[in-house]
Design a protein around this ligand. Sequence first.
Ligand SMILES: NC(=O)c1ccc[n+]([C@@H]2O[C@H](COP(=O)([O-])OP(=O)(O)OC[C@H]3O[C@@H](n4cnc5c(N)ncnc54)[C@H](OP(=O)(O)O)[C@@H]3O)[C@@H](O)[C@H]2O)c1
Length: 263
Amino acid sequence: MIGIDLSGKLALTTASSKGIGFGVARVLAKAGADVILLSRSEENLRKARERIKAEADVEVNYIVADLTKREDLERTVRELENIGEPEVFFFSTGGPKPGYFMEMSMDDWENAVKLLLYPAVYLTRALVPAMERKGFGRIVYSTSVAIKEPIPNIALSNVVRISMAGLVRTLAKELGSKGITVNGIMPGIIRTDRMIGLAKDRAKREGKTVEEALQEYAKPIPLGRLGEPEEIGYLVAFLASDLGSYINGAMIPVDGGRLNSVF
Ligand SMILES: NC(=O)c1ccc[n+]([C@@H]2O[C@H](COP(=O)([O-])OP(=O)(O)OC[C@H]3O[C@@H](n4cnc5c(N)ncnc54)[C@H](OP(=O)(O)O)[C@@H]3O)[C@@H](O)[C@H]2O)c1
């Protein structure tokens, strides 16, 4: 029987007290990996840790850090020294400010880079040396389908996130010979607190219920529904396992078939 067994692996999952990051951490833990959660709120992290511990007999640590702050990233690396050396790194982050290009200030652009790109680079630089020493590493960055087909009203995401695809390709080539694979996931519409918040706004504006608004988001999706955070987790678990050993440098949509482009 072929299965996914991540026991003995340590995974750092960022932006993981809720949403996509939490779904990924949950699945990795269920597959046997010890996990490290990271987000800004200790209360959220404590709750997330409890939920995972109730389901999986693994070590669950957390680090309280704001990914946009250099000093928090430095402290994260120091805290990791006491927890362990992750072989698996899943990167997600908060959502950038929405809006059209001309509504964004130069500060907004700087903040978007600090949120979407900079922490991925910082933490990757910190984690790779141990992965190289072990001759094994799995890096997975979560971005968005917006990098393939720009979405109206999220200019910062459309533009800045595409640099993550460049990071994936660059690192896949530089690190592949060292036993480290690097891939990206492009989530479509995933049912998280953030999405439910957007649906609540839409429901209010359009005089609908939240469920009706969620149904509207689901209309262009061939599978007819939003994705669940754990459905991103299943792919991360696969990529982190021996089964994903030959997948390197890929950008993989998990969107229920929503993208229109062929490649
Ligand atoms: N949901 C979707 O449909 C979808 C689709 C494509 C892309 N995305 C992108 O995927 C990412 C996650 O989205 P989501 O829907 O999972 O959001 P979510 O449900 O709001 O969860 C966001 C998570 O990120 C943490 N976080 C936010 N800002 C942070 C920061 N500066 N430093 C550290 N942690 C931070 C939050 O925890 P704390 O509040 O505890 O810090 C929370 O755990 C976002 O970048 C979003 O734009 C989402």
